[in-house]
Design a protein around this ligand. Sequence first.
Ligand code: F6R
Length: 602
Amino acid sequence: MCGIVGYLGKNEKKEILLDGLQELEYRGYDSAGIAVIENKQLKNFKAVGRLKNLRDKTKEYESKGFGVSIGHTRWATHGKPTELNAHPHMGAYSFVVHNGIIENYQELKKELQADGVKFLSQTDTETIVHLFEKNHNLNNNPWESFKKTISKLEGAYATLLITEADEETIYFAKNGSPMLIGFNDSDVYFASSDTPIIGKATEVYYLEDGEYGYAQNGKIHLFDKNGEKTFSKQALATDKAMAQKDGYRFFMEKEIYEQSTVMNDTMMGRLLDDRIEFEELDKDLFDNIVNIKICACGTSYHSALAASYLFERIAKTPCQVEIASEFRYKEPLLRDDTLFVTISQSGETADTLEALKMAKKAGLKSLSICNVDNSSIVRESDAAVLTRAGIEKGVASTKAFATQTMVLWMLAIYVAQAKETIDNELLSQELDAMRHTPKALLVADELHPKMTRLSKRYLHGHGFFFIGRDLFFPLALEGALKLKEISYLHAEGYPSGEMKHGPIALADAELFTVALMPKSLHYEKIKSNVEELCARDATVLAISPEPFDLADDFVKTTYDSHPMLEFFEMMVVTQLLALEISVRLGNDVDMPRNLAKSVTVE
Ligand code: F6R
């Protein structure tokens, strides 16, 4: 998501930071900033928007001679993309940059405010620098103050801190968010991934969770809970393009693998021990709401369809879903007791945006679920929940879909809590299942090679049907869309119970059917639908935790007791199937023909 760069040494620091941040811009950007201390002088610059704006702002500034420096490019999660919310965050004499989410920041912030500290930003990060200075004002020892600060933080972080109280040192800590240290002679670099330091550092150490320390005189002092420790450096990669993809062949592949970790970000601060909370939503958002209407396009529409089952089943609230381009011209009848929800990865999709404007004009309250803060759809909506998937580069959406679906699932529980349609037992079962989701999204060691092997059997034929029931029908639609987009093979998603009403006429050995057969939802029903297809000689790839002898190919999943865990696990299988078929066909996985990442035209 956000990106961090740090440098300690005698070279021009501004250029090192800006070049490094440029390399991280592909991860997302809405603002950026740098802070430098040299000759005991602290300098700080921030700018909203692309990095170019920060470059323009720092044109006159040069930073030669020994010094310490930190920089950050931001993708908003807490607080709008403004200069005040951009990192580095400032105390009275120190600066901090941070990736991740400090879960207990509100508690820490309240304590600091009670001591008279004034906060400038809406971010969780700012608490780190104030807490550090509070400790330092008490003990006058920067290192002890930093240690004490880190010990109070809960959540995920990778953080760098510089201070005029110790102007030749960079303090660092990592827990749950990536951070590495690069070395070249006495120069020390920090970064949230390889790319900013390739070509500059020659060796690298990848910090482990729970490690922290400081860089001083070209040396690293590294600690963990057992005290100071030694570490070994390794040679740094030299291929930037490869490093951007974190070693994966394609951005789409990287994003499939990332789903498990980004899901933690999506849930952080929202999934609490005993309930779901959205601090970004006004408590009265659902007051007087008796109906939910969701409008979206493509993959986002599929997450909306899945959500409609959850809103009705768990929150007992009627929910209709509409394709935005259809909604716009159907002269819809809108009532003001309806909450109008839009879902969009980019926040710029023209059809969805126009649908939202229509609903607003009709006086409906609006909520957007989006991956890009400050996008047109977020700005246009009364309220917004960010999916926190990080920038998605692959044109075929993967992690955006997963995180949208999670936000919608959490929202269904949130509404159910407000409307008291969920009892404590069901609530705790749902929350427990959510906690297992990151695990369900992990790509099991044997799964990817299996999908690579299976894919060679599915390169021809006269089409694919992805079939499922209930929640697994939208997933079938999404599986088919993924395959279509990157393989250019014809694929359709269908409710499995509907096959006998027409499409089964297509069944023969050259019709490939991908059957989503969850154990926890209508297993017997879907099984009999798939048996009907097997009887007509269709070629069936079954995905299920339950062995199914009639299948030509079978992928065994592990979760079998909660539909949403089965949903997420099967989603990964369908994504990998599409990916591997596309690779075998020699297509451009990340930039399929005729498609664009953001569809800003009608
Ligand atoms: C498919 C895909 C598209 C988008 C659709 C809407 O992989 O990405 O179908 O889902 O164009 O885009 P957003 O979500 O940005 O509104």
